[in-house]
Design a protein around this ligand. Structure first.
Ligand code: UT7
Length: 336
């Protein structure tokens, strides 16, 4: 069977308007702007005051369909990568499918935390490559503020809310599209970044609420050490597998968890800072949304151009991590 290549033919994002700055956080917990900026690179993040993850996702997807000039009825499959679904069930993907009117699509959620977008991109690409589907929406969306404890300075400074979406379609141009992926999991790291309450192990009770088990917990130092190694190694691996060097790559598109992890990855790949997409200063860690949010912003600004080779890389809870090599095929907005 001859495989088709999957490529990104549209991209968009949505961030809520309300800003939570470092100085706002100074009033809430024992922290300071200088510590947050130097330890993480974050200056501010966006907060969704009303609504849920599906509201973020829908705004990103609707704008993306407008950009592509197609109707929701043409969509075959919707995958929403999220760890903050609106509800335990139904899936957020089904809510999105209904609200945008994608009546011919099937839809499911995928949970791989901060690597969720890369995992979902990989799954979606298989449906295109094998000829099963021709239009697949991949969304990375998280309302992290819904699982953040604003009395815990270790975590509350890190997260924000956002959504990003891409459309995958087949291409006959063999040199373009999603060229390669490497994805990994190591469940032994699960205990260092988790939310223990709300699932079948610890269903919600007064006790789980009192013990704050419905908030995200992170052993930051331990996760940091694994993330620095994991993200840098997989990003270097995808270059080596494809006989590429840092200079062949136009953009590194890293998951935005910590500027120090991003810098370590760029260094390992031999890529200059000015070729790294960085917006953690404005949005913090938006989990599954970070990578499509970068792609969308840089594409809109005309900086992400057709024919540029880019590496997407992520590390997150699970542990999960991975990297994807893409030859960007989408023309700049002003040239369309
Ligand atoms: O996205 C998914 C994957 N997640 C990640 O990749 C995140 C990985 N981890 C990190 O990014 C970093 O570990 C953090 C940004 C979360 C923390 O930075 P760190 O350099 O590892 O700090 P730390 O947790 O080791 O804390 C250092 C000190 C501690 O004080 P002592 O024990 O040295 O006196 C903390 O209590 O900084 C203190 N601290 C703070 N101080 C001011 C912790 N949080 C804060 C805070 N403000 N918000």
């Amino acid at each position: 069977m001859e495989l088709r290549r999957a490529t990104i033919t549209a991209v968009s994002h949505y961030v809520p308007e309300k800003i939570l700055s470092n100085s706002d956080l100074e009033k809430m917990v024992e922290t300071n702007d200088e510590w947050i900026r130097t330890r993480t690179g974050i200056r501010e993040r966006r907060i969704l005051e009303k609504g849920a993850t599906s509201d973020l996702a829908i705004k990103a997807v609707q704008q993306m369909l407008t950009n592509r000039g197609i109707s929701a009825a043409e969509i075959d499959l919707i995958i929403v990568a999220t760890i903050t679904p609106d509800m335990m069930l139904p899936t957020t993907a089904c809510l999105v499918q209904d609200k945008i009117g994608a009546r011919n699509a099937w839809a499911f959620d995928l949970n791989a935390a901060c690597s969720g977008f890369l995992y979902a991109l990989s799954v979606g690409a298989r449906f295109i490559e094998t000829g099963v589907h021709s239009k697949v929406i991949i969304v990375g969306a998280d309302k992290m503020t819904s699982i953040t404890d604003y009395t815990d300075r270790n975590t509350c400074i890190l997260f924000g809310d956002a959504a990003g979406a891409v459309l995958l379609e087949p291409t006959n141009e063999k040199e373009y599209g999603i060229l390669d992926q490497r994805l990994y999991s190591d469940g032994s790291g699960g205990k260092y970044l988790c939310m223990k309450g709300g699932g079948s192990l610890n269903p919600p009770t007064h006790e789980t609420i009192d013990k704050k088990m419905h908030y995200v917990y992170q052993d930051g130092k331990t996760v940091f050490k694994s993330a620095v190694i994991g993200m840098a190694e997989v990003a270097a691996e995808i270059l080596e597998r494809n006989h590429l060097k840092g200079e062949d790559i136009a953009w590194l598109v890293p998951h935005q968890a910590n500027l120090r992890i991003i810098d370590a990855t760029a260094k390992r790949m031999g890529i200059d800072r000015n070729k790294v997409m960085i917006n953690i200063d404005r949005y913090g860690n938006t989990t599954a949304a970070t990578i499509p949010l970068c792609l969308s912003e840089w594409w809109q600004a005309g900086q992400l151009k057709r024919g540029q080779k880019i590496v997407l890389a992520a590390f997150g809870a699970g542990y999960t991590w991975g990297a994807t090599l893409v030859n960007w095929s989408l023309t700049n907005p002003e040239k369309r």
